[in-house]
Design a protein around this ligand. Structure first.
Ligand code: HEM
Length: 743
């Protein structure tokens, strides 16, 4: 493939050389505008759950089942059954998920768009998607592609005899490529060293570098979903492959047992495709000519399909019964002797040369092959921990079936967020699992009346130890962990009071404890009156009370909307390891942290804003408002460009845009800190961070900041600030009727 080498340099309407090419380093705000109303043919407020309620799931299953065993001439089914192909489709949709930033996963139907539609590892899945088109067309908007991709795999497994654990629909389609995902810094798609050393901090030692994989990446190489099936960089080293598998599967929150279950379970089905060298395969879908109509990888070898197919370039069959749920893969793995051989195209793979040829050819009846495996499969035999798990699974098929069922369910639903988002008749009835971030029932709390709310706010504002700054930072710290990528985090559950969040440096643990103690005091006083309020609600209410009070101090009377009903999670309902990933590298809203060699401070700010689904104006007004509210994580004056901190004014905008040529870099801060000197007195007037000055420097952000600095901006500023603030406080409230998740 010839990625990114458009000879015309750009394919913009009208052609030519554009600003992004003249100034490629300008901060790009596109990610804050993506999935806007304009990209979605349904407009801004498509209610997928309402559309889905019209779907006949039983009939859908029948249609998938019929399709599964109806081989099409244009892409004939191996063994007369597309089941394994659909399982791979589901797996590759879900398998891009990475727990560190919650991005990837099946949730947005992203395999329809670049880069995933053309990812080398997704070769020929364009055909699987096209096979499903008649079903998608039949059900229209009541069934998203995102749901169909994974449900097809789930149904296929059931049809092949696997008892799945359950299924939740509810993945709403997007209509453009997700520009928010960092897939790596390589300039090439293929996993050769010299290329993917980039993500290993330059290390070429593939036997010892797995844990150096750059954060937040989830794959060993650009273009792969997880690991190289041939072994690291094509080296058939089974033990080193295990290290890569452990790291990458770990980054999607899978432990060793889940990892073995997934690989051994998945490779119970189907085969790999490498009938030839691959030299006859044309460009991937995104580079293919118009007349191919979105399909790519056109193969001119033989028939180009069926037994002539080239997908991964490996030619392996794992099982005597590749379209039936059975323990054949593990039996073969642990009982055969495997020798390193080459696929027809020359890629390393393994064959049990002394075994009988009992594995069926996918197309020629009566023709059989010897058992074969991938290097990455043999990792499950040669890594001591994986080996023990494989043995246990082989000896206890029911146990293996149960564990694969749970791991497969987790794989498919990992990025869906709260279970209240799941739709359809097949949601498991059992209690939520730990990775679903369970919350207690809301019934344990009292309904808050308007007078309760007023009284609680008064108590909060009067409590010793509480002030505008620490109430705002605590509420922000609680709610702003939310990330749209996998819908984790948010204020509900008050997990800011639990490990690991209570110890995040960005939350200023000492100050946070003071706030939590005071709020808990109010909570127990309230309980003594016979009523229960959650700490989660009190934290948000505290932020609201502080903002109202800060507005009042600035002469503005306003009420910040409040939607009660949050609950408090318990520590044992909180997966400490994966919640630790919610700790930000930088949070420009609280002037915390700084950039890395990969990403500048202001880029982290935009990234965070994207995970909070903020538009450029929402980002801008929040920063200006929070600076006015003195909401730095450490209480410092960096970026607090006002002489009256704690009052909700637009001073920050006025002072930022009103200082001409007075800013300079503070020496020794690596261009992270700046100061503004008063030209008359020569004294330092303000200090600021990159997350401040970007709003005066970047033309689009400056244009927005100018609106809020205008002499007529007063009420617009406060109205917009309150709206953006409330949006953040409620991002995770999928439990509230009418809450439509944005992307
Ligand atoms: C096919 C690699 C994990 C399910 C394949 C193919 C490769 C591969 C190279 C062949 C593609 C082709 O040429 O057609 C890997 C690696 C894995 C992994 C390296 C991780 C270490 C999984 C998991 C599942 C899965 C977790 C599902 C739970 C499948 C299925 C096929 C397949 C069903 C057969 C597709 C067909 O018959 O067309 N895998 N895989 N794989 N994989 Fe995996």
């Amino acid at each position: 493939p010839d990625f990114g080498r458009c000879p015309r340099k750009s394919a913009v309407a009208g052609g030519g050389t554009r600003s992004s090419q003249w100034w490629p380093c300008e901060l790009n705000l596109a990610v804050l505008r993506q999935n806007s109303d304009k990209t979605n043919p349904f407009g801004g407020r498509f209610d997928y759950s309402a559309a889905f309620s019209k779907l006949d799931v039983a009939q859908l299953k029948k249609d998938i089942t019929a399709l599964q065993t109806t081989s099409q001439d244009w892409w004939p089914a191996d063994f007369g059954n597309y089941g394994p192909f659909f399982v791979r489709l589901a797996w590759h949709n879900a398998g891009t998920y990475r727990a560190i930033d919650g991005r990837g996963g099946a949730g947005m139907g992203q395999q329809r768009f670049a880069p995933l539609n053309s990812w080398p590892d997704n070769a020929n899945l364009d055909k699987a998607r096209r096979l499903l088109w008649p079903i998608k067309q039949k059900y229209g908007s009541s069934l998203s592609w995102a749901d169909l991709f994974v449900f097809a795999g789930n149904t296929a497994m059931e049809n092949m005899g696997f008892p799945t654990y359950g299924f939740g629909f509810g993945r709403e389609d997007t209509y453009q490529s997700d520009e928010g995902i960092y897939w790596g810094a390589e300039q090439d798609m293929f996993p050769t060293d010299g290329n993917n050393v980039v993500r290993y901090n330059g290390s070429t030692d593939f036997t010892a570098r797995a844990d150096q994989l750059e954060s937040p990446l989830g794959a060993v190489s650009m273009g792969l979903i997880y690991v190289d099936p041939r072994g690291p960089n094509g080296n058939p080293d089974t033990k080193a492959s295990a290290l890569d598998i452990r790291e990458t599967f770990g980054r999607m929150g899978m432990d060793d047992e889940e990892t073995v279950a997934l690989i051994a379970g998945g490779h119970a089905f189907g085969k790999t495709h490498g009938a030839e060298s691959g030299d006859d395969v044309g460009p991937e879908p995104n580079a293919a000519p118009l007349e191919q109509q979105g399909l790519g990888w056109k193969n001119t070898f033989g028939t180009g399909n069926a037994d002539d197919t080239f997908t991964s370039g490996l030619e392996v069959i794992w099982s005597r019964t590749p379209t039936k749920w059975a323990n054949e893969f593990l039996f073969s793995l642990l009982n055969n002797n495997f020798t390193l051989v080459q696929s027809p195209g020359g890629a390393p793979q393994w064959e049990a040369q002394d075994a009988n040829a009992t594995y069926p050819d996918p197309f020629i009846p009566g023709k059989f092959r010897k058992p074969t495996l991938l290097t990455s499969d043999l990792a499950l035999r040669d890594d001591p921990i994986y080996h023990n798990i494989s043995k246990t699974f082989l000896n206890d098929f029911d146990y293996f079936t149960e564990k694969f069922g749970l791991a497969w369910y987790k794989l498919l639903h990992r990025d869906m967020g709260p279970i209240s988002r799941y739709l359809g008749p097949e949601i498991p009835k059992a209690a939520p699992l730990i990775w679903q971030d369970p919350l207690p029932a809301a019934s344990g709390y009292s309904t808050l009346s308007a007078s309760d709310i007023t009284s609680l706010k008064q108590q909060i504002l009067a409590a010793p130890g509480l002030n505008i700054s620490n109430l705002v930072t605590t509420a922000w710290g609680s709610a702003s962990t939310f990330r749209i990528s996998d819908k984790r985090g948010g204020a509900n559950g008050a997990r800011i009071a639990l490990q690991p969040q209570v110890s995040f440096a960005v939350n200023n643990p000492t100050r946070l404890q003071t706030v939590l103690k005071a709020l808990k005091g109010i909570q127990s006083k309230y309980a003594s009156s016979g009523k229960q309020v959650s700490l989660a609600d009190l934290i948000v209410l505290g932020g609201n009370a502080a903002i109202e009070s800060a507005a009042k101090a600035a002469g503005v009377s306003l009420t910040v909307p409040f939607t009660a009903g949050r609950v408090d999670a318990l520590q044992n309902q909180t997966d400490v390891t994966t919640f630790a990933y919610l700790e930000p590298q930088a949070d420009g809203f609280r002037n915390y942290g700084k950039g890395t060699t990969r990403s500048l401070t202001e880029e982290f700010l935009v990234d965070k804003a994207a995970l909070l689904t903020l538009s450029p104006p929402e980002l801008t007004v929040l920063i200006g408002g929070m600076r006015a509210l003195n909401a730095n994580f450490d209480g410092s004056s960096t970026g607090i460009l006002t002489s009256r901190p704690g009052q909700l004014t637009n001073d920050w905008f006025v002072n930022l845009l009103g200082s001409y040529s007075t800013w300079s870099v503070v020496n020794g801060t690596n261009e992270e800190r700046f100061q503004s000197v008063d030209p008359k007195s020569g004294k330092v007037q303000w200090t600021a961070s990159r997350a401040d000055l970007i709003f005066g420097s970047h033309p689009e952000l400056r244009a927005i900041a100018e609106v809020y600095a205008g002499s007529d901006a007063g009420s617009k500023f406060t109205t917009d600030f309150v709206a953006a603030w409330s949006k953040v406080m409620n991002l995770d409230r999928y439990d509230v009727k009418g809450h439509l998740g944005a992307f």
